[in-house]
Design a protein around this ligand. Structure first.
Ligand SMILES: Nc1ncnc2c1ncn2[C@@H]1O[C@H](COP(=O)(O)OP(=O)(O)OP(=O)(O)O)[C@@H](O)[C@H]1O
Length: 340
């Protein structure tokens, strides 16, 4: 089998494997931007959905973020391409709350969740590839992130599934070419574009430089790192959840139980407690968690710690309490962009 034909077959097999457990008659949505990854994915989904042995149904969703001139036309074109593949397609227009990648991503995932709810879909497929995974790990390393971020994107999270995480971007480009599909190339994905995101610069400048200097295989190696750290992070999160349960009392968290735990579990438990108290995960940074940790391990009568989302953590009578409070002192830190 030639390279392009192999790429088409790999995309189709990835779709079959990712959807092996969906119930009969389930609706599967494919999130398509019209770019090469998600267009190749939509083509794979359309092909597999049309096979007599397939019991699930598929439909495409295109999100128009309204951020660039002509975005409505790009979205309509993507929907048209999906219909050309034999998929029903809807365009969802969303408002994005602020500049940068993170608000657009948040709006996109919220829109996809809403579409899945309204249409009763069992799964939403995303077109992330191994290259996206490698970029995520590299960005995380550059920001000093912990294991959870370096673990990259999961192949399954709730209803979201990423069938193409084992394939390279070159494969999706080849699959599109082999099927005469013309993907849309987002100009801001070009690292030289003035509005290029950090991720685009990693894609067009950093990874190629690393491959040139360190040799080929860097992207694969970064994706392997992500897979290993995912297992580690999953175990640590599970143990931290047990710690949090063991420390939970009616009037707060037992400081002695927390203090006796290893830092890797304690800080994870405190982070989980802060999120449960209403602090948004995306805004809750290590510096915040360490300030809460100091209430446990470096207690000298300090005041409550203000956390993002109007949450405060305070210690009194051997108990740590996290809950809504007027924010007396927010630790000044920069927000971090992250896929998950
Ligand atoms: N506007 C959109 N509408 C629907 N789904 C989207 C949209 N943008 C991104 N997605 C989904 O999220 C995935 C990852 O988005 P990202 O922006 O990283 O795309 P990408 O790497 O440029 O991939 P693609 O080639 O599919 O555009 C896409 O493959 C697609 O499944």
């Amino acid at each position: 089998m030639s390279g392009p034909a192999l790429a088409v077959a790999q995309v189709r097999s990835a779709v079959v494997a990712a959807l092996a457990d969906v119930p009969p008659d389930a609706l599967v949505l494919v999130a398509c931007s019209g770019g090469p990854d998600s267009l190749a994915l939509a083509a794979g989904v359309a092909f597999v959905a049309a096979r007599p042995a397939t019991t699930w149904r598929a439909q495409a969703v295109v999100v128009d973020h309204g951020l660039q001139d002509g975005s409505a036309r790009v979205a309509d074109e993507a929907a048209r391409a999906c219909r050309g593949l034999g998929l029903d397609a809807v365009v969802v227009r969303v408002g994005v709350d602020g500049p940068g990648e993170a608000p657009a991503r948040a709006a996109r995932y919220a829109a996809l969740e809403r579409a899945a709810d309204e249409l009763g879909a069992a799964a939403v497929l995303l077109g992330h590839t191994l290259d996206d995974q490698a970029e995520t790990v590299l960005l995380g390393l550059a920001r000093g992130s912990g294991a959870r971020t370096l673990a990259g994107m999961a192949d399954t999270r709730g209803r979201f599934r990423r069938p193409l995480l084992g394939l390279r971007r070159a494969d999706t480009l080849a699959a599109c070419a082999a099927q005469n599909l013309t993907p849309w190339h987002d100009p801001t994905n070009d690292g030289a574009h003035p509005d290029a995101s950090l991720r685009s610069r990693v894609r067009s400048e950093v990874l190629p430089t690393l491959e040139r200097v360190l040799g080929p295989g860097v992207a694969d190696a970064l994706a392997r790192t992500a897979a290993q750290l995912r297992d580690d992070a999953d175990l640590l999160d599970a143990l931290a959840a047990e710690l949090l349960a063991a420390a939970s009392a009616e009037d707060g968290l037992d400081v002695d139980v927390l203090a006796a735990a290893p830092p890797a579990l304690r800080t994870r438990a405190l982070r989980a407690a802060a999120i449960a108290a209403g602090s948004p995960a995306g805004a809750l940074l290590r510096v915040h968690v360490l300030a809460v940790d100091a209430l446990v391990t470096d207690w000298h009568g300090q005041g409550a710690v203000a956390l993002p989302g109007g949450v405060a953590a305070g210690r009194s009578c051997g108990r740590l309490a996290l809950g809504p409070a007027p924010a007396p002192r927010e630790v000044p830190v920069r927000a971090v962009d992250q896929e998950e």
